[in-house]
Design a protein around this ligand. Structure first.
Ligand code: 13P
Length: 255
């Protein structure tokens, strides 16, 4: 591990996606209550619930080590955008961060890199950390395009306002999301090394310190292996973040 990397505090973030009614707040409370017992090597821990639960979860997490994030934001601060949520509103509701450019948003809502970049800029404007997602499809992986695709997304999705505290990059191979499949550890390490190199080339010292998360079928059984790889500074966890016991088992990979 390089000196710069050992100075990075890892982040384990749960993306609940479109899951969770009010009763699910009990799972978040169980995570919150377990955090003080985790010891000094513990990562930062965040849950990104659906927008309907964000304010309630932020209230429940107040004064604890549990951070709360949104799953998407609009690029504008306010206006006639029915159904959308501004980064400022997420901040006002108690969020510290927002996921932007998740592959499900890119696929379901046609979000292009320039839209993702505008959303990340909005997050920075509002004082939120932008968790910017990138990752290749199965076809791109099979045809050897992974590094090209990831670098193109990285360059086009990150705004110039990036710093090591206001931005986290999440590498999520699309074919690994929700499938139980994960890349070989050496493939994860290869992509993360390429992301680090690109971040350093563009952002200098900050680029050495930006957290790069891995996401895609992270579970208790593979967390330790994936999270101990070089340049993997935490995880973005979908399905396994919905149950406190599983999410905590992943968080404890750092214990
Ligand atoms: P899974 O952990 O369910 O594969 O989802 C990963 C993800 O998309 C997190 O943003």
């Amino acid at each position: 591990m390089s000196e710069a990397e050992s100075a990075i505090r890892p982040l384990v973030a749960g993306n609940w996606k479109m899951n969770g009614l009010a009763a699910a707040l009990g799972e978040a409370a169980a995570v919150r209550d377990a955090l003080p017992g985790l010891g000094t090597g513990a990562p930062s821990v965040m849950i990104c619930p659906p927008a309907t639960l964000l304010a309630a979860l932020a209230a429940a997490a107040k004064g604890s080590n549990l951070e709360v994030g949104g799953q998407d934001c609009h690029a504008a601060a306010s206006g006639a955008h029915t159904g959308d949520i501004a980064a400022e509103m997420l901040k006002d509701a108690g969020a510290a961060a927002v996921i932007v450019g998740h592959s499900e948003r890119r696929a379901d809502h046609g979000e292009l890199d320039r839209v993702v970049r505008a959303k990340a800029t909005a997050a920075h404007r509002a004082g939120l950390t932008a968790i910017i997602c990138i990752g290749e499809t199965k076809g791109q992986r099979l045809t050897g395009l992974t590094l090209d695709v990831v670098d193109r997304q990285l360059k086009a999705s990150l705004p110039d306002s990036v710093s090591c505290t206001n931005t986290v990059v999440a590498y999520e191979p699309i074919w690994a999301i929700g499938t139980g499949l994960t890349p070989e550890p050496r493939d994860v390490a290869e992509v993360h090394a390429a992301i680090r190199k690109s971040l350093e080339a563009r952002f200098g010292e900050a680029g050495r310190r930006i957290r790069i998360l891995y996401g895609g079928s992270v579970k208790p059984s593979n967390a330790k292996e994936l999270l101990s790889l070089p340049n993997v500074n935490g995880a973005l966890v979908g399905g396994a973040s919905l149950k406190a016991a599983d999410f905590l088992a992943i968080i404890r990979a750092y214990a």
